[in-house]
Design a protein around this ligand. Structure first.
Ligand SMILES: N[C@@H](CCC(=O)N[C@@H](CS)C(=O)NCC(=O)O)C(=O)O
Length: 118
């Protein structure tokens, strides 16, 4: 992998608590898997840095090599690889993802609109 790409990846995951390597942007995701992870993070009220791999073919391949994970999206929390869409969705469903954010000290703002009202 290109040294510059590896350095960019290191900077992104060390400089931001939560980083999502995705296709497109949170507002205009270019893939359903990326969109699903954005939705989960938004629902949990987690702020994240989104990195659009479609802007750089070197980064698109580089993040796969770096994580040794073959697909996009990829979620990093506090410098650690968590998983792709399937893992994130499963962790969200079981409550494990929320617990993970809490354990790592990642701030969450619950989506109040999604809470039932009396
Ligand atoms: N099962 C995967 C689904 C993601 C996936 O299949 N991504 C594909 C299509 S967007 C991918 O990244 N292919 C390699 C590439 O496009 O570079 C997951 O859990 O994240």
């Amino acid at each position: 992998m290109d040294n510059l790409v590896a350095e960019r990846i290191r900077q992104e995951i060390q400089g931001n608590d939560v980083v999502l390597f995705m296709k497109g942007t949170p507002v205009f995701p270019q893939c359903g898997f990326s969109a699903a992870v954005v939705q989960v993070l938004s629902y949990l009220g987690v702020k994240f840095k989104a990195v659009d791999v479609l802007q750089d073919p070197g980064l698109r391949q580089g993040i796969k090599d770096y994580s040794q994970w073959p697909t996009i999206p990829q979620l990093y929390v506090k410098g650690e690889f968590v998983g792709g869409c399937d893992i994130v969705r499963e962790m969200a469903e079981t409550g494990e993802l929320e617990e993970h954010f809490q354990a790592k000290g990642v701030e969450q703002t619950k989506n109040v609109e999604a809470q039932p009202t009396a």
